[in-house]
Design a protein around this ligand. Structure first.
Ligand SMILES: NC(=O)c1ccc[n+]([C@@H]2O[C@H](COP(=O)([O-])OP(=O)(O)OC[C@H]3O[C@@H](n4cnc5c(N)ncnc54)[C@H](O)[C@@H]3O)[C@@H](O)[C@H]2O)c1
Length: 249
């Protein structure tokens, strides 16, 4: 992430907070975090602040388009530039397939699909106006899930939202390729973030994994950073599946 200004949506906890720390360790020059939990966002900026880097945080419920644009624009104005946007915010509740309510659909669609969409729109508008570094004007990395490609009756609404994000990733990648903006997604299998541990499904996923274990969040973060880093100059519209072989199980 050398000399890149990185903005992480959903960076207040879990993989997003880890990405914030690893981005700084990997040379990011500026760090922004947007999250519904402002206190958590501020806390996740600590590694960057300790290093003396410029930082910015904004609170936002990404289900609401105008909030997304206001938060993105505020952070971008403070940092001056956003080279890499990472969309990490999502919810992943479980519900038996035949019992998903309208409210549950609306929440999952609103956060996982619509929130990711609004943040990509805000980022694209910003990136289209900034000078390229080399041949790349900006990079977007969305978190999807291996569930998008598997039968997942335990959380079919979640799996469907992540399949939608794979699709959105392709459409955006195609639309902004001419601008030198690279848009990709990373699809993990179960990984041991605090939220995933609390929900209690990791053991079941580890048993189903050919490797016999879930991922450490760092093992997923490395691929997210790769897709969002200066090392990626040619990959766009791709979905990188990092599932320990679960995709084929
Ligand atoms: N943990 C897993 O097993 C796993 C597996 C596959 C994919 N993923 C994906 O990886 C990403 C990160 O997962 P995690 O386990 O770190 O999640 P997490 O719940 O630990 O963190 C999600 C963050 O998003 C924020 N957020 C939630 N709703 C929001 C909203 N409406 N507006 C703004 N911010 C909001 C939360 O405050 C939190 O900081 C998600 O996209 C998830 O779907 C996770």
């Amino acid at each position: 992430m050398k000399d890149l200004s990185v903005l992480i949506v959903g960076g207040g906890a879990g993989l997003g907070a880890l990405l914030a720390r690893m981005a700084v360790e990997n040379g990011a020059s500026k760090l922004g975090i947007i999250d519904i939990n402002q206190e958590a966002a501020e806390a996740a900026l600590e590694p960057a602040r300790t290093k003396g880097l410029p930082t910015a945080a904004a609170r936002c419920d990404i289900q609401v388009g105008p909030q997304c644009h206001a938060a993105f624009d505020a952070v971008a104005a403070e940092l001056g530039r956003v080279d890499t946007l990472i969309n990490c915010a999502a919810i992943y509740p479980r519900r038996p397939l035949l019992e998903i309510t309208d409210a549950e659909w609306d929440a999952s669609n609103g956060i996982n699909i619509k929130g990711t969409y609004h943040m990509m729109v805000a980022a694209v508008r910003h990136m289209q106006d900034q000078a390229p570094k080399g041949e790349v004007r900006g990079r977007i990395v969305n978190l999807t899930s291996v569930d998008a490609f598997k039968a997942h009756p335990q959380n079919a609404h979640y799996a469907a939202t992540k399949a939608a994000v794979v699709s959105l990733t392709r459409s955006f990648a195609h639309h902004v390729a001419k601008d030198g903006i690279l848009v990709n997604s990373v699809a993990p299998a179960g990984m041991a973030t605090e939220r995933a541990k609390a929900l209690g499904f990791l053991e079941e996923l580890a048993k189903a994994s050919p490797l016999g274990r879930g991922a450490k969040p760092t093992e997923i973060a490395e691929w997210v950073l790769m897709a969002g880093s200066e090392k990626n100059t040619y990959m766009t519209g791709e979905n990188i599946i990092v599932s320990g072989g679960y995709i084929y199980a």
